[in-house]
Every structure is written in C-alpha cells, then in structure tokens.
Design a protein around this ligand. Structure first.
Ligand code: ATP
Ligand code: MG
Length: 432
C-alpha cells in the first residue's frame, strides 16, 4: 500500500534504529566540547532573510538558490536557517555577550538548504557548529582543529584528512583577486558556465570548482599563498607550528577558499574519500570582519561546522545500537500487577540498568519471544513462585546456559554500582 503522505523530498525521519548512532555522536561531541570549556547556545530555526543575505552574501550558492524563504503573516521575509553562524553572531551581538567576554560556543540542530538531494546532501540536514569570539590568534584556530581531531578519535572515525589554507588579509586578497581574474580572462574559452558567472561576482569561489576540467586549469593559476601579507604569513606559520608540535597531520590546499569576503586568514576542512563527492565532513575558518558587518563591535571570530549525516556515515558499525540489557517477563496475574512497581525499585537501585518491561500479558513463551526481539541479552522472569520467595529468574538469551534463581536482593546489590557498559558482564557473573 502506498502511504497517503510521504516526507518532503530531501528531508528524512531519523528512525528508532538510527537514533542510537546519532546520540553517540551528539553525546560524544558534547562531552568533547565541555572538555574544552565551550558553552552551548540554542538558537531559533528561523531568522529574518536579510540576516542571511547580508552575512552569507548575495553571490553565494546558498543565498542565490538554496534558501527556504517565506513571508510571515505580517509580511516580513523570513528564512529557515541554512547554517548557524549568522544566527549565532546575531545572538551574541543582541544579547551583549561580547562585552568584556570571549565566548566559546557551540550549537547543534537542523539546517535547511534547497539542494539536489543525493547521498550526503539533503534539504534538511544537521550540523554541530562551534564559534569563538574575541580571540584573534592562531592558538584558538589550532584548538578548533584539535577539537575535531579529538572527536574523530572518540568516535572511532578513521581516514579523515585535514586540509588547511590561509585567505590572507582583505588587502592581500584584493590584489590576488585581480591577478586571478587576469589569469582566468586569458583562459576564458576554457571556463565552464559557473566559472564565467563567478568571474566578476565572486572569482575566489572558482578555485573551489569540482569540475575536473576547471581543476586542471586552476592547477596553473596564481596562488594566494604567494601573495600573503606579512601578518597573515606569521599567523599561518604559527598555526602550522602548533599542529606540528601536537602531531596533527595536515596538508596545505592552496585552493581551499570561502567565497565570502569577511573570511580571512585560517580556513580548514576535514575530508574523507569514503563518501564520494560529498567528502567534506567539517569546514571551518576565521571571519574577523563579519561582526562589524552585522552592526556589532569589531571582534575577531573563528568557527567550524560539521555535517552530522556525513559523520554518521563514517561511524563504525558497532556504534549503531543501544539495546536493553534485559527484558522483564511477568508470568501470571499477580506478577502482571506488581511488575511495574518491581521494575521501579530495580531502576532506583541500579541507575545504569536498561530494562524493557513486558506489557500486554500473554503466555511466558510469547513474552520470551518478545524478549528475544528486543535485542536484550537477558530475560528476568517474575512469576508466582518468585514473588512468594522474594526471588527472580535470570535467563541468558544469547548463550546456552541454564537459567538460575536469584534473591532479588542479590540482583540489586550485584548491579548497584555498575556502569551502563558493565551491567551485562555483571549479569553473567550473577549466573555463576
Ligand atoms: P558542500 O561543498 O558539500 O556543498 P558547503 O561548503 O556548502 O559544503 P558548509 O556551508 O561549509 O558546506 O557546511 C559545513 C558542513 O555541513 C559541510 O562540510 C557538510 O559536512 C555539511 N553540509 C553542508 N550542506 C549539506 C547538505 N545539503 N546535506 C548534508 N550535509 C551538508
Ligand atoms: Mg553547499
């Protein structure tokens, strides 16, 4: 039967079987960020359209063709956020958080871009964004990169590559832009349609072209790295020295850019070959000129955003489940009536326990079938005999071992101080 309604193209449910992996990544990121002293900020999903057109720029893909824009009932033009930096900057200016402080912030949640959906590219997707305000040095740029590296390590994600580049000062960039346009005009016939369009509006973006023909041509183009101003050179060298000192491997990609004029100096991306064309899992950079552009006090800023769907696709298989430790079967009427209360006492005594309680009655045999389906490694069986004697039956569901009868007290005590990861081993010990 075809369902009457389907989700909007490019927007997906995250189904119960997938949420464990999401939580693993979200919890991991949160723990890492807390470990570096970063604070969470929660921002609206909708902002005034003008915030994005001003901050992201009118000549970017996002503003030209990807935004979900609509008019509010009173005629204001609003947009579902395509990224988080603009809203975060608006919030720190508006709330006065920049006064006398150097906030280090993070946020997470859905972003919306009307792109052609394909693997790793969706219309509603999720990012974790990290932004630091008021610190201008290469040390904080390095710290943001280290946060990424630590997160990949914690999640068991292998084979990601760090690419870095510098976009120099705005003066150096302007000089370079002229050189680049000159070079590209000499090769006008070889330019693809996109590049011709960008030649005057946003030539730096051409460097970023995914078209192999353009890439071959661009290999010959002048490089911004050859036109660095002295301060940006010092900043870039210091960033590299930090990364070398800590042993973070990186490659310099002279064509790594952001097509937005308030980005300068450090830019970086974490990439992988395992996701085809959608290989960038995390992208960051320094944007010292944005806050004044949006009406705030001159404040340096640097940040990154990682694409959760892409990170999720790299997660090792083993991280994808969160099954209960045990399934509580309730045999007979009395047990059915007392089951929930028994389970509550056990939960009070064993905070780490993941236990699914059988609901809906039925024979013990059918309950044990459900227990098997739940994925739990153990069943606990509470029946008339157990209730009368203060005991409980413990049955292994994945190994051939005879079931055993335990004091309810010993079960509680045996598990009481276990962590989530230890509960299963403790249940095995209790069977001996
Ligand atoms: P791309 O070149 O892949 O379009 P982008 O430069 O538009 O990426 P950013 O705006 O820098 O991406 O966003 C940061 C990260 O968010 C990306 O590196 C990617 O991991 C993720 N991302 C961006 N757009 C999408 C999307 N439509 N679907 C899923 N993830 C996305
Ligand atoms: Mg994009």
């Amino acid at each position: 039967m075809t369902p009457t309604f389907s989700a909007v193209r490019g927007m997906h449910d995250i189904l119960p079987g997938e949420c464990a992996a999401w939580q693993r990544v979200e919890d991991g990121a949160r723990a890492v960020l807390e470990g570096y002293g970063y604070d969470e900020i929660r921002l609206p999903l909708v902002e005034k359209t003008e915030l994005f057109s001003r901050s992201i720029g009118d000549v970017t893909d996002i503003v030209e063709k990807e935004m979900y824009t609509f008019s509010d009932r009173n005629g204001d033009s609003l947009t579902l956020r395509p990224e988080g930096t603009a809203g975060c900057v608006r919030a720190v200016i508006e709330s006065g958080l920049l006064r006398g402080h150097t906030p280090r912030l993070w946020y997470r949640g859905p972003m919306f871009r009307h792109e052609r959906p394909q693997k790793g590219r969706y219309r509603q997707f999720h990012q974790i964004g990290v932004e630091v305000y008021g610190l201008s040095g290469p040390d904080v740029d390095a710290e943001l990169i280290l946060i990424g590296a630590r997160l990949w390590q914690r999640l068991g994600i292998e084979g990601v590559r760090l690419e870095i580049n510098t976009l120099a000062s705005s003066d150096a960039r302007a000089t370079y832009r002229e050189r680049l346009v000159e070079f590209l005009k000499q090769h006008y016939d070889a330019l693809d349609e996109d590049s011709r369009r960008r030649l005057y509006s946003n030539p730096l973006r051409i460097l970023d072209s995914k078209n192999p023909v353009m890439q071959a041509l661009l290999a010959e183009a002048p490089q911004l790295l050859e036109h660095l101003d002295a301060d940006s050179r010092v900043h870039f060298d210091a960033l590299r020295a930090h990364l070398d000192a800590i042993g973070i491997a990186h490659v310099i990609n002279p064509r790594l850019v952001r097509g937005l004029d308030y980005y300068g100096r450090t830019v970086f991306e974490w990439t992988t070959d395992r996701l085809g064309a959608q290989g960038t899992i995390c992208a960051g950079g320094r944007y010292d000129d944005l806050i004044p552009l949006l009406g705030g006090p001159a404040t340096p800023a640097v940040g990154f955003a990682l694409g959760l769907e892409r990170v999720m696709a790299l997660l090792p298989e083993a991280s994808h489940t969160a099954v209960p430790h045990c399934y509580l079967a309730l045999a007979g009427n009395t047990a059915e009536q007392l089951g929930l209360a028994f389970a509550e006492r056990l939960r009070d005594a064993v905070p780490a326990l993941r236990m699914q309680v059988h609901c809906g009655g039925g024979s013990l045999k059918s309950q044990l079938k459900r227990a098997d389906k739940s994925g739990a490694s153990f069943a606990l069986i509470l029946g008339e005999d157990e209730l009368a004697s203060g005991r409980i039956t413990l049955k292994a569901l994945r190994t051939e071992r005879p079931q055993c009868l335990l004091d309810q007290q010993s079960l509680q005590q045996g598990l009481a101080d276990a962590s989530v990861a230890e509960v299963e081993a403790r249940l095995h010990q209790l069977m001996n």
